[in-house]
Design a protein around this ligand. Structure first.
Ligand code: TZP
Ligand code: MG
Length: 214
């Protein structure tokens, strides 16, 4: 069964999820990017660094955490349970090829939320059965941030919200231009990566997306 909704009220109220992805910024830019995303109004923030070493990622996480904490934004570590546990992040995120949700939860402890990436309706339903605290659902569109994945389109968004009671964050190619059609398709929560990190004015772009969400 899924965790009770009241376990993590901040996940329930969250609408906008940002990711500091080291594919789009340098380690030296991480603090400024974190501050801009938080000040713009992200509700959750993830650290995702596919090409850095564990010590490098941990160092970045430790630099981000005071900033996210000051803004009351939960920090979520992608992939690395041991870093989440060691820095005391508020969340951890696992993919289909990572640890199962139960193992992730055992590694980070009961007060830390565990999110899972899903790429189909079936995977979303399975993540709920696995008791994830939230899911990412996508990629909706083809995206350079996750280039090897086939986009799933918008057609299953309504159904996934009927079948899965967890907070569902639609992800993959989300930007301001596409947001209206994504919301019309039934999305309530989104993750934005490259559109934020590449925006000329990150804070303003975050604010713009945030103001369009329900
Ligand atoms: N998982 C599914 S799509 C994706 C991830 C991490 C990347 C989303 O990035 P962008 O740049 O917002 O398309
Ligand atoms: Mg992963």
């Amino acid at each position: 069964m899924s965790s009770p909704a009241s376990s993590f009220p901040r996940l329930q109220s969250a609408r906008l999820y940002g990711i500091v992805d080291l594919g789009y910024c340098t380690p030296a830019q991480v603090e400024a990017m974190t501050a801009a995303l938080c000040e713009g109004g992200v509700d959750l923030l993830q650290l995702r660094a596919k090409k850095l070493t564990l010590p490098e990622i941990e160092k970045l996480a430790r630099r981000m955490h005071p900033i996210t904490r000051d803004h009351g934004v939960p920090l979520i570590i992608n992939d690395h349970l041991e870093i989440a546990a060691s820095i005391g992040s508020e969340g951890v995120h696992v993919g289909q090829d990572d640890e199962a949700v139960a193992r992730a939860r055992a590694a980070v402890g009961p007060g830390v939320f565990v999110g899972k990436s899903t790429h189909s309706l079936a995977q979303a339903v399975a993540a709920q059965a696995e008791a994830a605290d939230y899911i990412g659902f996508g990629p909706l569109y083809a995206t350079g941030t996750k280039p090897d994945y086939v986009p799933i389109g918008l057609q299953d968004i309504t159904e996934v919200h009927q079948k899965v009671q967890l907070p569902i964050f639609c992800i993959g190619g989300v930007n301001a231009e596409r947001l209206p059609e994504i919301l019309t398709a039934g999305a309530r929560r989104v993750v934005v990566v490259s559109a934020f990190l590449l925006a000329p004015d990150v804070q303003a772009y975050v604010r713009q997306i945030k103001s369009s969400l329900p």
